[in-house]
Design a protein around this ligand. Sequence first.
Ligand code: SF4
Length: 153
Amino acid sequence: MKLTVAGFLDNSMVNGEGMRSVLFLSGCKRRCKGCQNVAMQDFKYGEEATVEEILNRIKSNMPIIKGVTFSGGDPMEQAEALSKLAKDIKAEGLNIWCYTGYTYEELLEEKNKNKLELLKYIDVLVDGEFKEELMDNSPKYAGSSNQRIIRLK
Ligand code: SF4
């Protein structure tokens, strides 16, 4: 199964707690004013990679990393394949942070089976659209103050 990947950071300290690898997924239907990753809104931006290829890249960063962060784009738009990767990441003992433009409540109400499956593996969800006018006083690791750091586990 393949994912369309907009970018990958082997080691980052600014996309969640601790040292993390960061996977940027292509594709987002929103057009938030001031979006930092406009190119990644395109569902065809970047390159395709299999779940196995991405997992191997992540594993090459162990034991330095504490976890993996999904960003984008909106990771929820590739939930079917991403949930398979997420399951494998958890099996390696790593935690998962996920950024999404959806709110947690929207994800639950939509009842999309792929998105709900992906949520099962996420430890920390950073939810909600980026709002440029709410950039001040945003929580650490969030872009604007409407976004929440939700610990699901
Ligand atoms: S949800 Fe994120 S990636 Fe999508 S438009 Fe908004 S800021 Fe950009």
